[in-house]
Design a protein around this ligand. Structure first.
Ligand code: M6R
Length: 614
């Protein structure tokens, strides 16, 4: 939610900031802006629309400077327009600020400042911060430093923020602070960058420091210092080396990140599994959780919490852990969990699943659980992310950066980790070595399964070409494939804006069947497993009502062919690996439908990749 970047060093900051904004655009893209200090002047440009549109305005100017800040916005307060775009500038036009987060008490501060004669220009919560800093700095009985004015302002606000702020009267200084919204400091040769994540930084340096909540960094004349916002105590932080490559964060020959990431699954699932199998013993090795493994094994209950696609992975995790490890698992939306009177004791384990590792609700659920004394584990993709640092232990998905807003390869990697975890727990309980080996062998073959699924793209395109005008889709699956139906529907909604619902196939009769007519495509997830005959009966029911039947199966038969309008066949595999491979063909279907509808695949309307506000 909003991307922020700041630069100070010997280079002109404008190109650095614009490249940084492009890398961060997945976080929000309704407006963008930059502010720089140059020859004792503060210059700024901010515009509604994408970074490319900001760039064309900047190209018509001579704006430059060695110190600057920039922002790409996902609107919370105030519509996306030029005025509400960041940076926000104080009424003296000397201070500029970019903000990611929400200031909850903005209205009371705003009213108090208005009473003091401070004029406001925008409808945002963020402007309050810059006006408050300005008031504390310029209109104060005692003279305080700019840094102290920032500190004092931050102590008045309630809410979440990652900010970067600069001031014309202290022109060598760049100040950033974090409370709830991520910030990474990059330390290069004679230059510093600060950003919402490491992607704008890696072109310049691999040395980074992840800021924690209640930390403020001041970069001044080639030096930086990090201190607590409230106490001013200096914090000594360790430098982390990031091993992200530029290729990983670019889309290469693919037209969209989403398509690249769908194709990445030819190796990303194996990358997630690498070094984690023990075929001989039919089990897995998950070093990240070894210190807590005995606690997980003896847990009386496990909660899985997450949002969106990661929550769907959690539903499958429940199925697998209960099946293999025989421990009760409760799956909760993090946004509900954090406010519910959940039953947590020292025998409870919380597993939080998050691609970004920054989702605000998931983080809040972890913090709550820690307070209640239980162990928290993370399944995250982003190394260095807040969730990966705040959980007691965890397992990384190692799937590489996921930039398309619609999650694809992170989801299949999460499922892979959950299978490995369930199997590891199961093998310590009653699951036989042979059963373990069968599952591992199926996982080991997954690369070739994915290659063969990707070869279906012409078939998928054909389905899309014939169905893209539909206003609604229904996705139906049973058992471990019910969450795949939910995920297929979510993918479609997100990028094509077609309304879609996922249901357990047998639930159709209890309501959704009323929607079926000749205009309703129904996607059936129908592997030839023990639920096949039941799903077949549901297909018959839709056929009887003239619905358009799209069947995903691992084996065609005559009856299926006669009932289905379209059949997409994917390789036969282990029933617990099938959800992974099936989700890939559903990602392809959503992608092709969105292409037919001319949608913005990587930047769907109203969405942002990482939801760092509540
Ligand atoms: O980074 P997270 O996994 O915590 O994100 C959770 C959801 O916001 C995310 O999965 C969202 O639903 C995706 N856009 C789905 O494609």
């Amino acid at each position: 939610m909003c991307g922020i970047v700041g630069y100070v060093g010997s280079k002109d900051s404008i190109p650095v900031l614009l490249r940084g904004l492009k890398r961060l655009e997945y976080r929000g893209y309704d407006s963008a802006g930059v502010a720089v200090l140059h020859e004792n002047n503060l210059h700024f440009i901010k515009k509604a629309g994408k970074v490319s549109s900001l760039q064309s305005f900047i190209d018509d100017t001579t704006i430059k400077g060695n110190l600057g800040i920039a922002h790409t916005r996902w609107a919370t307060h105030g519509e996306p327009n030029d005025i509400n775009a960041h940076p926000h500038i104080d009424h003296t036009e000397k201070i500029a600020l970019v903000h990611n987060g929400i200031i909850e008490n903005y209205d009371s501060i705003k009213q108090a400042l208005i009473k003091r004669g401070v004029p406001f220009t925008s409808n945002t919560d963020s402007e309050v911060l810059v006006q408050l800093i300005s008031e504390l700095y310029y209109n104060n009985n005692e003279k305080i430093s700019f840094e102290d004015a920032v500190r004092a302002a931050l102590q008045e606000v309630i809410g979440a923020y990652g900010i970067v702020v600069i001031c014309k009267d202290e022109p060598n200084k760049l100040i950033a602070a974090r409370m709830g919204s991520p910030l990474v400091l990059g330390i290069g040769e004679g230059e510093f960058l600060i950003a919402s994540d490491a992607s704008p930084i890696i072109e310049y340096t691999r040395n980074v420091i992840y800021l924690d909540d209640n930390e403020l960094v001041t970069i001044d004349d080639g030096h930086y210092s990090i201190s607590k916002i409230d106490s001013k105590n200096i914090v000594n932080k360790t430098l982390t080396k990031i091993d992200l490559t530029i290729e990983e964060i670019e889309k290469g020959e693919f037209p969209h990140f989403m398509l690249k990431e769908i194709h990445d699954q030819q190796h990303s699932i194996s990358d997630t599994m690498r070094g984690r199998f023990n075929l001989e013993d039919g089990t897995t090795q998950l070093g990240g959780i070894s210190d807590y493994f005995s606690n997980i094994l003896s847990a009386s209950r496990i909660y899985i919490t997450a949002c969106g696609t990661s929550w769907h992975a959690g539903l499958i995790g429940k199925h697998l852990i209960e099946e293999y490890a025989r421990v009760p698992v409760h799956v909760e939306y993090a946004s509900e969990f954090r406010y519910r009177n959940v039953i947590i004791d020292s025998d409870t384990i919380l597993i939080a699943i998050s691609q970004s590792g920054e989702t605000a609700d998931t983080l809040a659920a972890i913090r709550k659980t820690k307070k209640l004394g239980a162990i928290t584990l993370g399944i995250c993709n982003v190394v260095g992310s807040t969730i990966s640092r705040e959980t007691h232990a965890g397992i990384f998905t190692h799937t590489g950066p996921e930039i398309g807003v619609a999650s694809t390869k992170a989801f299949t990697a999460q499922l892979t980790i959950l299978i490995m975890l369930a199997l590891k727990l199961g093998r310590k309980k009653n699951v036989s070595k042979n059963r373990g080996k069968k599952l591992i062998r199926a996982l080991r073959d997954i690369d070739q399964d994915v290659v063969s699924i990707l070869k279906n793209s012409d078939e998928v395109k054909k389905v899309a070409k014939n169905t893209w005008k539909a206003n609604n889709f229904l996705y139906l699956g049973r058992g471990v494939n019910f969450p795949i139906a939910l995920e297929g529907a979510l993918k479609l909604k997100e990028i094509s804006y077609i309304h879609a619902e996922g249901y357990p196939a047998a639930e159709m009769k209890h309501g959704p069947i009323a929607l079926i007519d000749e205009n309703m495509p129904v996607v059936f997830i129908a592997p030839q497993d023990d639920s096949f005959s039941k799903v077949l009966a549901n297909i018959e029911e839709v056929k009887a009502r003239n619905g358009i039947i799209i069947t995903i199966t691992d084996k065609k038969n005559n009856l299926l062919e006669s009932l289905s309008d379209y059949i997409l066949t994917i390789p036969n595999t282990h029933k617990h690996v099938f959800p992974i491979t099936c989700s890939i063909i559903l990602q392809m279907l959503a992608y092709e439908l969105a292409i037919c509808r001319g949608c913005e695949i990587d930047q769907p309307r109203n969405l942002a990749k990482s939801v760092t506000v509540e």
